[in-house]
Ligand binder design. Structure first.
Ligand code: KG4
Ligand code: ZN
Length: 338
């Protein structure tokens, strides 16, 4: 059972081929648009769509050649239906549906966040259902109880900025290029996290709701008080900010584990690539006798493999569609169904 996966929701064109029969990723490839958007300090939607058009078909050819698979052997084409940038989504959806129509095979429209939530199942050591997932990306910060494929219970969300967004905006304040998250992490490695005090928003009250805009504003004010802003100070601010973010996320995960009684936790989404976050969560889970599951770094950020995998799992359950171009810019996770 061979499923081609296509991801084009934002600024990465991702393609992968997944063998559902043997639960094996056969090939995957990614074209990142970071360099194209960097001069603008963020993703320019129209440029993103054009780049997806330019790179998607060559990437599909490359992935099929890598796995030595012919298009006629494909059993389904999975693609990201949403949420994301509508123009970018339409490129993936059009190519996927065109291909499926030509091959007379079904499509599997995939929710981007389902892809992230299931990404740890690409690894050899996998969690079993149900498990807790901390999904932290550029657009989302969520605590989700993953009950089974297509069944996700939202436990906590952010009131304002997503975790990745807070990393990116703070990085920008520190003069770092887009996307700031990984660059801020690098800078933080040279700094002292305890030089400045940072707030831990929403930790003093019960519940799993998160809020990160105050932390970003605190950092902005702190930076404006530093004149001149020395490189060492920048590194200390980056380290203090990262420590506060990771501390809040870890505390919320701890609460969610207590509340649900779950002992397995998954961290997914771009911010899940952050080493301090992985380390602290690892510590927490081993302290409570649980286990942390993490996708490989390349499968934390957007990729085609998680879409091919989610597509294969849905195909196994018989959830496919006849070719029809579908795309949803906004698509709340709770509206996802089997
Ligand atoms: O999941 P993703 O690739 O795209 C979305 O669906 O949003 O996540 C991208 C986000 C960006 O905000 C990026 O700065 C952040 O993940 N990110 C990181 C790290 N790597 C990526 N944030 C903190 N530390 C990192 N190492
Ligand atoms: Zn994503």
């Amino acid at each position: 059972m061979l499923v081609l996966g296509i991801e084009t929701s934002c600024d990465e064109t991702g393609v992968a081929l997944y063998d559902g029969t043997h639960a094996r990723l056969l090939a995957h490839s990614l074209h990142s648009q970071i360099a194209r958007h960097a001069p603008y300090g963020g993703v320019v939607p129209e440029l993103a769509s054009r780049d997806h058009i330019r790179y998607l078909i060559p990437l599909i050819e490359h992935v099929l050649a890598q796995a030595q698979v012919q298009t006629q052997q494909l059993d389904a084409i999975a693609y990201t239906k949403g949420p994301g940038l509508i123009g970018a989504l339409l490129v993936g959806s059009s190519v996927a549906n065109g291909l499926a129509l030509g091959l007379s095979c079904p499509t599997v429209p995939v929710h981007h966040l389902e892809g992230h939530l299931l990404a740890p199942l690409l690894e050899d050591t996998q969690p079993s259902f149900p498990f807790l997932a901390l999904l932290v990306s550029g657009g989302h910060s969520m605590l989700v109880k993953v009950l089974s494929i297509g069944h996700y219970e939202m436990l906590g969300d952010t009131l304002d900025d997503a975790a990745g967004e807070a990393f990116d905006k703070t990085a920008k304040l520190l003069g770092l290029a887009y996307p700031g998250g990984p660059r801020l992490e690098k800078l933080a490695a040279q700094g002292q996290a305890d030089r400045f005090t940072f707030p831990r928003p929403m930790c003093d009250r019960p519940g799993l709701t998160m809020s990160f805009s105050g932390l970003k504003t605190h950092t902005r004010n702190l930076i404006s008080q530093q004149a001149p802003l020395l490189e060492t100070t920048k590194a200390d601010i980056a380290a203090g900010f990262q420590d506060a973010m990771v501390d809040v996320l870890t505390r919320k995960v701890h609460r969610a584990l207590k509340q649900t009684g779950l002992k397995q936790c998954v961290v997914a989404g771009g911010v899940g690539a952050n080493q301090l976050l992985r380390h602290r969560l690892q510590e927490l889970l081993s302290n409570i006798g649980g286990q942390l599951y993490t996708p490989k770094l390349e499968f934390c950020t957007d990729n085609g493999a998680m879409i091919a995998l989610a597509g294969a799992l849905r195909l196994k359950l018989g959830i496919t569609q006849a070719p029809e171009i579908q795309a949803r810019a906004q698509w709340p996770l709770h509206e996802l169904s089997l």
